[in-house]
Design a protein around this ligand. Sequence first.
Ligand SMILES: C[S@@+](CC[C@H](N)C(=O)[O-])C[C@H]1O[C@@H](n2cnc3c(N)ncnc32)[C@H](O)[C@@H]1O
Length: 327
Amino acid sequence: MDNLLTGLRAAAEPTRLRILALLSHGELTVSELTRILGQSQPRVSRHLKLLCDAGLARRIPEGTWAFYRLAEDGPNRHLVDALAELLPREDEATSPDRARLAEVKQERARQAADYFRQNADKWDNIRSLHVSEQAVEAMMCDMIGDAPVAHILDLGTGTGQILRLMADRAEKATGIDFSREMLALARANLDAAGCHNAQVRLAEIQSLPLPDDCADLITIHQVLHYLDDPAIALREAARVLKPGGRILLVDFAPHEIEKLREEHAHRRLGFSESEVLRWCDTAGLKVDEMRHLPPASADGLTVCLWLATPASTQAHRHRDELQEASA
Ligand SMILES: C[S@@+](CC[C@H](N)C(=O)[O-])C[C@H]1O[C@@H](n2cnc3c(N)ncnc32)[C@H](O)[C@@H]1O
C-alpha cells in the first residue's frame, strides 16, 4: 500500500504525468525534457527526482549526462505499466509534447548523420583511435567460428570493414547504413577487396527493409552507442534473424571519455552488461557468450563482445503472434 500510495501521489501532477508520457517513448536527458516541456531545468529536475524516489522512473548517470527512463523493475513497475496504458494518446498537453519530442529526436538523428557525412573519408583512421582493431576482429572471428553461413547482415556497416572481414564465410553478405557517404566508400572497398557476394543498402537500422527470418549471422559493430534507443535496433535485428541464427554485438564498456560525445557524436558512453542483457531479453534473445577486451593503451577503451541467439523457437513464435495481433 505505501509504495502504491507514494507512486500515485508522485504521478498525480500534470507535469509529472507529461514526463511519464514522454519517457514511455524512450529515455531522455534532463536538458531534452526541459526543452520539450518548456520549463526551467531546476523545476524539471525536481519533478524527475520525485518520480525516481517514488519508483516510477530511473536515473542513469553517465559521465556529465544523466538519462531518465521509466522504471522497469522495483515495487511500482506495474503501476508504471498501468499509467503508460492509461495516458491519453491525443490530448491538449501530451500532443504538443509528442511533436516537440519528435523534433528533438530528428535533431539528434541529423547530428549523427552530419557527423558521418563529414567524417566518412576519415572513418578508417577514427575507428582505430581507442581500440586495437586487429585484436577486436580476431576475437569476433573466434567467437563466430569459421563454419560457412548463408547470409551475413552487418548493421551500421560504415566503410564495410566488417563485411570485408566476414564475407568469405557467407554465400551472401549485406551491409546496412543510413549514410550515403559511408556506403560510397563501402562499395569501393568491397569492390577493391573482391567481395562480390557483398552488397550494401541505404536504410535505417531501426526499421530494416528486410523480411523476417532472413539472416543467419548479424553483426553490429560500434554502432549502438550512436543510437537514440539501442533496444529498438536489437528488436529489429531479432526480427530479421533466422531461428538458430546468431547476433554478434560489439561495443564499449562504460567509460568517461566525454569528448567522444562532443567530437564524435556518441550518444552513450558505453553500455553495462546488465543493460545489454535487458535489451536482449526484451528482444527475445539470450546471450550465450560475453567477452571483454581490455584497452591496449592507457587512453584506450574496453571493448565488449556479446554473442546472442533467439531465446527459443517459442520466442520467435511469440514474436510472430504479437506482430499478427498488432497488424
Ligand atoms: C562507428 S561507425 C561503425 C561502422 C562499422 N560498423 C565499423 O565498425 O567500421 C557507425 C556506423 O553506423 C551508421 N549508423 C549510425 N546510426 C545509424 C542508423 N540509425 N541507421 C543506419 N546506420 C546508422 C553510421 O552511418 C556509421 O557508418
